[in-house]
Design a protein around this ligand. Structure first.
Ligand code: FES
Ligand SMILES: [Fe+2]
Length: 353
């Protein structure tokens, strides 16, 4: 096992898909995003297709994300050079008759839109073809029987603190005000080359089996603790979980650098138990699904707020005393640290903060 201080310095494996923004936030107005120190300009072209280019105009090195979309290209805000989705210079408005377009090229990243997110592959694209890799599927996103809520995590901490938090279910204590879960017991741990899965049992407050069970969300007296399997997996670089049959949560990681992590938490409540609902017309069921989107927002934002305080304190404490040893009793966390170390590039890949 690597010492703790080393884990907090390790880089991410870029040879994976990363969910950088929500689909609904990407328009023809370019977005500037950073993934592990790499500045990326994301935009949707005039046909609706999403693209990702290195956020740098090779003319004078300013950010391309200040520019505007023209057709399928991105036009720099400064002298209006245009770059096509492959990163080639496609137009210069003041080219003299004998001048040719400059051959400068910027990096273009593979992009996929899937299940409400824009995914970018920042690694070696030749590996991507070979591995036939795909972004993590969220099958509940479009499924009529699931209600989704999304929260964004932005925290001043290395990503390892966040994934350790998500895999160590003994921290239900922190969220007792929200009555998320309690009394987790680790039953079984699986460790593979690119995945750690921990099987807990926990006490759940909610059981969504009758139409009136929804009232539990508002009246705590209606809740009854009962044991449910609680499964959490670190499917590098993302996290998936399920609590009983009713709740599924994903966390999509997009670390911006060694001391700042962005991630998206997507929470699904299942309506599987409401059989009568399934017999209604699809149009109505879609209406129900869309109307209830964000139903768990207050709870999810609250959980994130509580976690972020802890993660940022861990980071601050680490920066102050990198040699101070922490005590770990949950072997899941040790397995997570091993996976981070296995996936991290051999050479130091930590960009400047
Ligand atoms: S700096 Fe981008 S076109 Fe001149
Ligand atoms: Fe938490």
């Amino acid at each position: 096992m690597l010492p703790r201080r080393d884990i907090r310095q390790l880089g991410i494996n870029l040879n994976h898909w990363y969910a950088l923004v929500r689909s609904r936030d990407l328009s023809q107005t370019p977005l500037a995003v950073v993934l592990w120190g790499e500045a990326i300009a994301l935009y949707r072209d005039e046909t609706g297709q999403a693209h990702a280019l290195e956020d740098r105009c090779p003319h004078r090195q300013v950010k391309l994300s200040h520019g505007a979309v023209v057709g399928t290209s991105l036009e720099c805000a400064y002298h209006a050079w245009q770059f096509d989705p492959q990163g080639n210079c496609a137009a210069v408005p003041y080219l003299e008759p004998r001048q040719k377009l400059p051959t400068c090229k910027i990096r273009a990243y593979p992009v996929r839109e899937q299940d409400g997110f824009v995914w970018v592959y920042p690694g070696d694209a030749s590996l991507l073809v070979a591995q036939d890799d795909a972004p993590l599927p969220l099958p509940e996103w479009d499924h009529l029987n699931y209600i989704a809520t999304v929260a964004t995590i932005d925290c001043e901490a290395h990503f390892s603190f966040l994934i350790e938090n998500l895999m160590d279910m003994h921290h239900g204590h922190l969220h007792r005000g929200f009555q998320a879960w309690s009394a987790a017991v680790l039953e079984h741990l699986e460790e593979e080359r690119d995945r750690v899965a921990a099987h807990y049992t926990a006490q759940s407050y909610y059981r969504i089996d009758k139409i009136w069970s929804i009232a539990q969300l508002f009246f705590p007296a209606l809740r009854q603790l009962h044991p449910e399997p609680l499964r959490v997996s670190y499917a590098y670089p993302n996290w998936t979980s399920s609590l009983g049959q009713d709740f599924k949560i994903y966390c999509l990681f997009a670390p911006t650098g060694p001391t700042h992590t962005r991630a998206y938490l997507i929470h699904f409540v299942s309506l599987e138990a409401f059989e009568r609902l399934h017999k209604l017309p699809v149009k109505f069921r879609r209406f129900v699904k869309n109307s209830l989107f964000g139903a768990a927002q207050t709870m999810l934002d609250g959980l994130v707020r509580e976690d972020v305080v802890m993660l940022e304190e861990e980071q601050t404490a680490y920066l102050k005393h990198p040699d101070r040893r922490s005590y770990e009793l949950n072997r899941t966390v040790i397995a997570v640290q091993r996976l981070i170390a296995t996936q991290a590039p051999q050479a130091s890949s930590v960009p400047e903060a």
